[in-house]
Design a protein around this ligand. Structure first.
Ligand SMILES: Nc1ncnc2c1ncn2[C@@H]1O[C@H](COP(=O)(O)OP(=O)(O)OP(=O)(O)O)[C@@H](O)[C@H]1O
Length: 341
């Protein structure tokens, strides 16, 4: 098969991860240059390298350039193999991003698989575990996927040490998904996971988020996670609708005020609630790949992130699909995926 050439300079780790997923599924080899070219520190970091090594392992691929800091990689998969796999990032790098690389591929394997991934489970700039469990996976299930995920132990940056597991059954055929509206609002809630930090930090996150969203304190839970290596804290703000659940999150970091954590997550959810679009800022880029595997689908979203745009350019290099994006109302875009002519 011809090797697909990917220029990684316009994006981050997602261009690499999605290339791995698509290569595993289609069997097409690829070469990516200028990996994470738009990031301040380009090249493979631990989380990306774990994705490459994991993808290599589940497909017995031939790989060149799989070293830390590498900015070029060649990946030639052999046969996708189901199995009982264990991957450890070795730092607090995001386990959910490793999971999102492997899950769609293992749905295409010949038998059930089990995954155990160690690292961070609640990281800045990555889906927190609950986002995978409550926002992303339910939509894949509606598309026919039979998979479960489980949070065995939370892990925060920098300490890591978190564990997520997944059970994945082979999928016969992807069903198209059309998500044009959210349906009725069912409930809203806030959750703070908190490890080895003074409880007053969680309370300040809560108070600042509650003020912006006009929520009462009894809509929140604060759960101490003494088993986590921590220290760490994440604020998750969820809005569950009939057809989708959106979670806006924010992670505590050294030197960041607790109020800033609350304000950032609350503004994220408020932005979403202030529009009619079905799909939130982050879910939009993550849905493009499964929808493309189905060959057909559509959703409304309120803004086109850089991740969404780069994904729309990448996916057609591997799959015979095309995307259209149209602003159907102020702040409401309709994205359609269809077979390429
Ligand atoms: N708060 C969040 N909730 C859900 N998803 C998130 C959140 N923050 C980021 N994401 C998702 O995580 C992914 C991050 O991709 P990105 O290309 O930035 O990769 P990366 O490998 O983490 O880092 P880098 O940007 O340094 O290369 C995107 O799919 C984005 O939608």
């Amino acid at each position: 098969m011809t090797q697909i050439l990917i220029d990684g300079s316009s994006g981050g780790g997602q261009l690499l991860r999605s290339s791995l997923t698509l290569s595993l599924i289609t069997g097409q080899p690829f070469r990516i240059t200028r990996i994470r070219g738009s990031r301040p520190k380009p090249g493979l970091m631990r989380q990306h390298l774990t994705c490459v090594n994991a993808a290599q392992q589940i497909s017995n691929a031939q790989v060149e350039g799989a070293t830390l800091g590498s900015t070029e990689l060649t990946f030639t998969p052999s046969t996708l193999q189901s199995g009982d796999y264990h991957f450890s990032i070795g730092t607090g790098g995001s386990t959910t991003l490793v999971l999102q690389t492997l899950l769609p591929a293992l749905l295409h394997a010949n038998a059930p698989s089990a995954l155990r991934i160690e690292g961070g489970t609640h990281n800045p700039m990555a889906p927190p575990f609950e986002f995978i469990d409550q926002c992303y996976l339910p939509l894949l299930k509606r598309m026919g996927a039979k998979a479960t995920v489980h949070l065995e132990k939370p892990g925060f940056m920098q300490a890591g040490g978190g564990i997520i597991t997944a059970n994945i059954n082979p999928l016969k055929k992807w069903k198209p998904l059309h998500l044009l509206d959210r349906g009725e609002l069912i409930t809203t809630y806030g959750a703070i996971l908190h490890a080895h930090l003074h409880r007053s930090i969680a309370e300040r996150e809560l108070t600042s988020a509650a003020a912006i969203l006009n929520w009462s304190a009894d809509q929140f839970t604060i759960t101490d996670q003494p088993q986590s290596s921590g220290p760490g804290s994440i604020l998750l703000l969820a809005a569950q609708f009939e057809h989708i659940t959106e979670i806006s999150s924010s992670v505590a970091q050294m030197g960041r005020r607790a109020e800033a954590v609350g304000i950032s997550a609350a503004k994220g959810l408020r932005n979403f609630l202030g529009t009619n679009a079905a799909v939130g800022y982050h879910l939009a880029d993550q849905l493009l790949l499964p929808l493309s595997l189905a060959g057909k689908g559509s959703f409304t979203t309120f803004t086109l992130s850089k991740h969404t745009q780069t994904h729309m350019t990448l996916i057609p290099q591997f799959l015979p699909v095309q995307f259209t994006a149209a602003e159907i109302a102020p702040g409401n875009h309709l994205i359609k995926v269809s077979k390429a002519p």
